[in-house]
Design a protein around this ligand. Structure first.
Ligand SMILES: [Zn+2]
Length: 398
């Protein structure tokens, strides 16, 4: 296929996913629209498509109001919080030691300092869950305050956990200072809407009858409040475009184009569902390639590979180094490639080198728009992966 047509297609896909649809939280209506769009797209290219379903929550953005001494303090509900309507004295807590000593029954806990220095990992998050975070969650559940107000440095929810039942909000340092300087009674109303929902991984396969496969992944969900252009509409686009370029006769193995659903959801349900069903026999996966954050205008496309044998390394080196504008960098852990790396599956991951500089300022915010994207870099990634798949030869015959 000519590159002109690919550029046109890319433009169409990015506009649909990141502009027309935009935010696409796992379990939401928008998320389901992207599922259906990808399913149809792959089917039109002759792929067999499985929707691997799982249960999750659909968190509709909630409103919250905090009142202190007759004044309203602007707060935002924590992601996935439950609702409440409570009035009570508040208790300021800055450290784990203070939390241990506190009595919080019928009180509102105002957390600040070291307790809100970083996001607390969700209870059920399986891969990274520091003991310190678990301890804070455990203590809060024991002390069971009526609600929690977190005073935060960064404009970011400290709790993001559908399994944590204590209602909570977050407030900026500036706006929350008045609470830290005073004492008294607070009224907190959170109008939250969490509904039972479901989502699905979209798994498209060519040569599905072959037992060994090459898997290419991207995630189809976003965080709340972001159009998710770099994170990860470009990844979705790369997979959709690959489905147009690779035919079943191009290889003697199964090609799986895997849109995982839940990379940015608190308990990564799609990833866990895939692991349980399809990563029990990791030796069947010849190579996994993940795309997340590809196409940033500023800086080159970045790649790392791990667990590959020397033949695969040689192939990758030759293809990547031949293609201008791509660089090898040190491994990073954030992203779905970790699922495969943990199982020692040969893995390659693509992102943008510059993305690490904008993780806190652009990614997961309303600023992650298609204006950031260099179409040429995305098409380059498509072509590089296409070449990898077509040149990849089985060492062990089927
Ligand atoms: Zn991502």
């Amino acid at each position: 296929m000519h590159n002109d047509k690919l550029f046109m297609k890319l433009d169409e896909i990015l506009n649909y996913i990141s502009v027309e649809i935009g935010e696409r939280l796992t379990g939401s209506e928008n998320n389901k629209k992207v599922e259906a769009y990808a399913e149809n797209y792959f089917k039109n290219q002759g792929f067999e498509v499985e929707l691997q379903r799982f249960s999750c929550l659909d968190f509709k953005r909630a409103d919250a109001e905090l009142t202190f001494q007759g004044e309203t303090i602007p707060v935002k509900p924590s992601y996935y919080t439950t609702g409440c309507d409570v009035t009570g004295d508040y208790v300021k807590i800055e450290t784990v030691a203070e939390l241990k000593r506190s009595h919080l029954t019928d009180k509102i806990a105002v957390l600040h300092g070291e307790l809100t220095a970083e996001q607390i990992m969700p209870k059920s998050f399986p891969f990274y869950n520091p003991e310190r975070h678990q301890e804070i969650v455990r203590l809060l559940e024991e002390k069971n305050p009526a609600a929690i107000v977190t005073v935060v440095e960064k404009d970011e929810s400290i709790f993001e956990d559908g399994d944590f039942a204590i209602p909570s909000v977050y407030v900026s340092m500036d706006e929350g200072e008045v609470l830290l300087e005073n004492n008294g009674e607070l009224k907190l109303v959170i109008d939250a809407a969490r509904e039972d929902s479901h989502g699905a991984n979209v798994i498209a396969r060519l040569n599905p009858e072959k037992s060994r496969k090459l898997v290419i992944t991207a995630h189809l969900d976003t965080k709340s409040g972001t159009p998710g252009a770099l994170d990860n509409a470009t990844g979705i686009a790369i997979l959709l475009l690959l489905s147009q370029l690779i035919k079943s006769e191009d290889m003697d193995f199964c090609l799986e184009l895997l849109l995982l659903n839940g990379e940015d959801y608190y308990s990564i349900p799609g990833q866990l569902a895939y692991m349980e069903t399809y990563l029990q026999k990791p030796e069947n996966i010849l190579l996994a390639i993940n795309c997340d954050g590809v196409g940033l205008k500023k800086g080159p496309t970045a790649v790392f590979s791990t667990e590959c044998d020397s033949k695969t390394e040689d192939l990758l080196n030759q293809i990547i180094l031949d293609s201008t504008g791509m660089v090898f960098i040190d491994p990073w852990v954030q992203g779905d490639h970790t699922l495969f790396v943990m199982k020692h599956i040969p893995t390659v991951a693509f992102t943008s080198e510059g993305i690490f500089d904008i993780l806190d300022t652009v990614i997961h915010t309303e600023k992650d728009t298609i204006e950031l994207i260099d179409h040429e870099k995305v098409i380059k990634a498509v072509r590089v992966i296409e070449e990898m798949v077509k040149k990849f030869k089985l060492e062990v015959p089927l």
